[in-house]
Every structure is written in structure tokens, then in C-alpha cells.
Design a binder for this molecule. Structure first.
Ligand code: NAD
Ligand code: ZN
Length: 389
């Protein structure tokens, strides 16, 4: 099959590789019909995630048709149409049983590497380094899906792939970010980042009862999509704009009830270096976490900060005193995907949201290397790339 391979920092190539095969009775093989590039893939592209190896297959947002199932799979059969969540969970450990799927203890055979590097380990992820399990990703024509009775859900409607695909990550991620923001009816919610995660967070904040959502970014095409979700847009690159003051003006002086950091460690101008060895991850510092600092500074006293944006390693110079002094609540983490697939699929089927609204680029698999660069550079007004492999 053809697959998108990570060959090194900012080096992506499409190669012919062996088709995946069933390795365990609980596996399924999926023929992929649609997949996408995620903001999280950019951390790999830019070399921020340790333990990638040349030739690793990328991609964690995918859906398709079941080609083959292992002898232990009960819920799926050949021919079923499925969407696959990006976190791999066993469904059976203490954490899965507590619905903390992204903390699964059984899916990552390399958890000890992450623990040595970072002091923690979560569930395995598709296409996201050996430290995160070493599973081949879904930017390919086929993928092996472990714990196939736990992750994928069957799609039994006729909706096109583009309306279903983002259940694999960014829609649940934006939704959990809004849930983590403790939104009370009528609350004002500010969202840093109008990328795919920030856009779904903004849309979800309204679904969860927000009265006003404010989206902050610097790319006009992204802010326009935020406005289409009903948000008030702030362009933080405007020379005369002070984001904190603007948010105070919009909230009667208090600041937003909830603030969501949908940016993560690579906030504009914030990168400090490239780390390609696990031990260096211990020393990884993001010494100017602009978005996170602004989020803490802006939120009202007693308010909530929700962080879906990814942070790795050590974070320095966070205004923790302000967080403490204001008595804020902070919630964060990798999305517990398996919690959200069914309820969010229901919302899509009921027409409450059309998740395809943010797609700007559609490419075939051979065009993916160029598409990574376009998405990374936010060129050609790119917001989300969908791949037909
Ligand atoms: P993206 O790169 O497309 O979007 C990020 C947006 O943030 C961009 O539009 C950028 O202009 C904006 N931005 C940068 N600096 C900013 C600042 N200082 N203030 C305001 N906006 C700023 O990425 P995405 O796909 O939307 O993903 C966003 C983050 O969410 C990434 O860190 C990604 O890894 C993370 N993510 C987390 C999970 C999870 O499970 N928690 C899942 C998927 C993605
Ligand atoms: Zn993703």
C-alpha cells in the first residue's frame, strides 16, 4: 500500500510499504476512505516529539471500511463502515473502566519510555512516535486497529465521510475542551486559537450554553470561520490591540468566565528548539508560553481554564501566582475519545453541526508532503486538509 512516512524533521515522503496484517485476535484491518492532517502532526513534522523513526507511518484521524477482523472481534465485521478514535484504549483497565480512555494502561507497550522521559504515560496513539506505542498511522491506504471492539464505531447513516471524519479527533477534542471549561448558561468563553481544535471548541461552547464566545487568532480566514460559528473575533496581531484589555472591555471588566487554550506549546513565535532524543525531552522548555499565560491572565477570578492544546516536557515561566491568587480551576489533557463518539455522532446525525465546515484542502495521498507544508505555514488560507488515500 501507499503510506505517508515521517523521514525526519520537516521531511515527509509517500512510500510503498507492506500492507498491515492482523497481529492479535482483537485487531481489525481498516481500508481507509478518508484521513486528515492534524495540528498535532505538526509537532511531529517540526521534530518536537521524541522517538520518531525514519519511515514511521503518520496519521491519527481516519475512517474507512472494515477489511478483516481478528478471531476475537465481536462488534465489527468485514464491510462495516467505521470512524476510528485517535487514542487506543483497551476498555478493560482501571482507567478505561473509569472512562479515562486516554490514560489507558494497556495499549502502550512503550509506556516506560514516556515515563522515563516525562514522568507520565498515557494511552497509545496512532502514528505518533514509539514512545506513544509505535503504532502505524492512518495516512495510508490501510491501518491495523487494535482493540477493535473498543475504539471504532459503526456508521450506519449515509452521511458523506467529510461529515463523519472529524469524530476521530478534533470535534471530540474541541467538545471536551468546552466541557472542561465548566460553562454555565450565558457564560462568556474566550478561545485562543481558531485552528481546527479552537473552532470546534467555539462551536461546542455554544452547544453547552455559552452566551458569548470570543475567538482569538491572527489569520483572517480562521477568524471568519470562528465568526461563522457565532464567535466574536479578535485579531491578536493588530498593533493597537491588547488582548487582555479587549477581553475586559467585552466582559464588563471581569474577564471571561472560561478561557480555552487551543494553541499549545508552539504558540506563534514560541518555539525554543528541536529535541530528538528522549532524554532531551526532560529538558524541553517552552519559555514563552504566550497563549497559556494570556489565558491565565485573562480569566476572571474563580473562573476556569481549559487546555486542549498540547504541552510536552517542562514549561517555564507560567504565571502560576496569578492562577493561585485568582483561585481558578484548570483542566486539561488528551481527549477521552471513546466517551464522545456516540453522543457527538448523534449531534451530527440530528444536523446540530456539520463538521465539514472547516475543510479548505482536499488532496490525494501523493500530494500529502506538500500539503503538510501548506498546513504548517498556514499558506493558501489552509485550515484543514482532508486526504482521499
Ligand atoms: P493549528 O496549528 O491548525 O491551530 C493553532 C492556531 O493557534 C493557529 O490558527 C494559530 O494562528 C493560533 N495561535 C498561535 N499562537 C497563538 C496565540 N499566541 N494566541 C492565539 N492564537 C494563536 O492546530 P489545531 O489542529 O487547531 O490544534 C491546536 C492544538 O490542539 C495543538 O497543540 C494540537 O496538538 C492540540 N490537540 C490536542 C488534542 C488533545 O487530545 N488534547 C487533540 C488534537 C489536537
Ligand atoms: Zn489530531
Amino acid at each position: 500500500m501507499r503510506a505517508v512516512c515521517w523521514m525526519g524533521k520537516q521531511s515527509i515522503e509517500v512510500h510503498t510499504v507492506p500492507d498491515p496484517a492482523i497481529l492479535n485476535p482483537s485487531d481489525a484491518i481498516i481500508r481507509i476512505t478518508r484521513t486528515a492532517i492534524c495540528g498535532s502532526d505538526l509537532h511531529l513534522y517540526d521534530g518536537y516529539i521524541p522517538t520518531m523513526e525514519s519511515g514511521d507511518i503518520l496519521g491519527h484521524e481516519f475512517m474507512g471500511v472494515v477489511e478483516e477482523v481478528g478471531s476475537g472481534v465481536k462488534k465489527l465485521k468485514r464491510g462495516d463502515r467505521v470512524v476510528v478514535p485517535f487514542t487506543i484504549a483497551c476498555g478493560n483497565c482501571f482507567f478505561c473502566k473509569s472512562h479515562l480512555y486516554s490514560a489507558c494502561d494497556n495499549s502502550n507497550p512503550n509506556a516506560h519510555i514516556a515515563e522515563a522521559a516525562y514522568g507520565y504515560s498515557g494511552s497509545a496513539l496512532y502514528g505518533y512516535s514509539h514512545m506513544m506505542g509505535g503504532y502505524a498511522g492512518g495516512q495510508a491506504q490501510f491501518a491495523r486497529v487494535p482493540f477493535a471492539d473498543v475504539g471504532p464505531i459503526k456508521i450506519e447513516n449515509d452521511l458523506p465521510d467529510e461529515k463523519i471524519l472529524f469524530l476521530s479527533d478534533i470535534y471530540p477534542t474541541g467538545y471536551m475542551a468546552a466541557e472542561n471549561a465548566n460553562i454555565q448558561p450565558g457564560d462568556t468563553v474566550a478561545v485562543w486559537g481558531a485552528g481546527p481544535v479552537g473552532l470546534f471548541a467555539a462551536a461546542s461552547a455554544y452547544m453547552l450554553g455559552a452566551g458569548k464566545v470570543i475567538s482569538i487568532d491572527r489569520f483572517p480566514e480562521r477568524l471568519k470561520l470562528a465568526e461563522a460559528c457565532g464567535a466574536f473575533a479578535l485579531d491578536y496581531s493588530e498593533p493597537d490591540l491588547n488582548v487582555i484589555e479587549a477581553l475586559k472591555d467585552l466582559t464588563g471588566g471581569n474577564g471571561p468566565d472560561s478561557c480555552i487554550d487551543a494553541v499549545g506549546m508552539e504558540a506563534h513565535g514560541e518555539t525554543t528548539g528541536v529535541y530528538d532524543k528522549v532524554k532531551q525531552a526532560l529538558m524541553m522548555e517552552t519559555d514563552r508560553p504566550t497563549a497559556l499565560r494570556e489565558v491565565i491572565q485573562a480569566v476572571r477570578k474563580g473562573g476556569t481554564v481549559s487546555i486542549p492544546g498540547v504541552y510536552g516536557g517542562v514549561l517555564d515561566k507560567v504565571n502560576f501566582g496569578a492562577a493561585f491568587g485568582k483561585g481558578i480551576i484548570m483542566k486539561m489533557g488528551q481527549t477521552h475519545m471513546q466517551r464522545y463518539l456516540r453522543p457527538l455522532l448523534d449531534r451530527v446525525e440530528q444536523g446540530q453541526i456539520d463538521p465539514s465546515f472547516l475543510i479548505t484542502h482536499r488532496v490525494g495521498i501523493e500530494e500529502v508532503p506538500a500539503a503538510y507544508k501548506t498546513f504548517r505555514d498556514k499558506a493558501e488560507q489552509c485550515v484543514k486538509v482532508v486526504i482521499d488515500p
